[in-house]
Design a protein. Structure first.
Ligand code: PMP
Length: 394
């Protein structure tokens, strides 16, 4: 059965990690895969998560199955947390999923079931998995203009102009904050303009929120989503707890359907449960149980908020330091965009050749297209990154 199989394509980001591991140079630098690292280069277990996990180990008296929608307490807390203050909360329904990856797949399958001819529009560029997941659901995928390689910011005028062609058979996939890979986010005025267009033209926004709390703060990072949720009858949301709770390997996320009525949303939820049943049946509980415990315990929640805020502040500090070092080493302001970007990543516009040179000659690993994981840097490695970039002619 397997003899005639072709060789599977390698995942570009995961294979970068392998190449990095095999590099014997001591001063090598891994800015590929999207994980947060502290100043020691470690991806820590957050203290609030550790405390909740210990309590859970002590108090949990059963490992019996939960249900197709996962941990319903988690589902309620997540939707309240995200949609608090909007009328959309009362017309939403949520399932817990294995990470936002699972949420993207369940929501993609739901779109394909509800509207098989739908086209999903993704930003150019977008998260590497958006297109494969939506295509795996049988959906057509098209791109809208997003990143301007000259300014390293979003070309919001071109984006909005392109969205004018969308109609009721279209779904618009947006990054809630901290755009992956570029780091360039849209302004509130553009969120507003998207709401206007969706109202007039009937397309459905689908917000992927994987980095809430890493951009400016939890509320600011959800402001665009809340604006759409308040104004529009239908919005889909994929949420990740991988980054903001540091629960990467626990595969914790949620898929939220906002409908014109609660009954509509519950129908969407019911179909996602049916689809989950035929996929993985139910998501792993551990991460969701931890998140639920943190969100409903004031002291743990405060501890989590403080830790998250410290991570956000550290990323912003690294961005400022990068800009300062680039300014003095290059005697120019051409790297100032690092401080304009938000979240873990920045697209730097390095060519494929420069990226290759960076790893081969400098031992610095970044993703193709020049995506740098700023959150993977430590303060004492900034100089290394700056000199390596300038050495390859960035
Ligand atoms: N969406 C975006 C934009 C992402 O960057 C990621 C992960 N890097 C995901 C979804 C998936 O996250 P997870 O499955 O770990 O929750």
């Amino acid at each position: 059965m397997f003899q005639q199989l072709d060789a599977p394509a390698k995942d570009p980001i995961l294979s970068l990690t392998v190449a990095y591991r095999e590099d014997a140079r001591e001063d090598k630098l891994d800015l590929g895969i999207g994980v947060y690292r502290d100043s020691q280069g470690h991806t820590p277990v957050m203290q609030a998560v550790r405390s909740a996990a210990l309590t859970l180990a002590d108090q949990q008296d059963s490992k019996g199955y939960v249900g197709l929608a996962g941990n319903e307490r988690f589902n309620d807390l997540m939707s309240q947390f995200l949609l608090a203050g909007t009328s959309a909360l009362a017309r939403s329904a949520t399932i817990q999923t294995p990470g936002a990856s699972g949420a993207l797949r369940m929501l993609g399958e739901l779109i394909a079931y509800a509207k098989p001819n739908a086209t999903v529009w993704i930003s150019r560029p977008s998260y590497v998995n958006h297109q494969p997941v939506m295509e795996a659901c049988g959906l057509e995928v098209r791109e809208y203009p997003y990143f301007d390689p000259d300014t390293k910011l979003v070309n919001e005028a071109a984006m909005l102009e392109s969205l004018r062609q969308l109609g009721p058979d279209d779904v618009l996939l947006l990054h809630g904050c901290c755009h992956n890979p570029t780091g360039a986010d849209i302004s509130m005025a553009t969120w507003q303009a998207i709401a206007d267009l969706a109202e007039q033209q009937g397309f459905v926004p689908f917000v992927d929120l994987a980095y809430q709390g890493f951009g400016d703060n939890l509320d600011a990072d959800a402001a665009g989503l809340r604006l759409l949720a308040e104004r529009l009858p239908e919005v889909l949301v994929a949420v990740s707890c991988s980054k903001n709770f540091g629960l990467y390997r626990e595969r914790t996320g949620a898929a939220i359907v906002i409908g014109a009525t609660q009954a509509d949303a519950l129908r969407g939820k019911g179909h996602m449960q049916r689809i989950a049943r035929a996929t993985y049946t139910m998501p792993p509980d551990h991460g969701a149980a931890i998140v639920a415990m943190i969100l409903e315990n004031d002291a743990l929640k405060q501890q989590w908020l403080d830790e998250l805020q410290a991570m956000q502040a550290r990323i912003q500090r690294l961005r400022q330091q990068l800009v300062a070092e680039f300014r003095s080493a290059s005697d120019s302001h051409r790297f100032d965009y690092f401080a304009e970007h938000r979240g873990m990543f920045s697209v730097t516009g390095l060519s494929a050749e420069q990226t290759q040179q960076l790893s081969a000659e400098q031992g610095v690993y970044v993703v193709g297209g020049g995506r740098v994981n700023v959150a993977g840097l430590s303060e004492d490695r900034i100089g290394k990154l700056v000199s390596a970039f300038l050495a390859v002619g960035a």
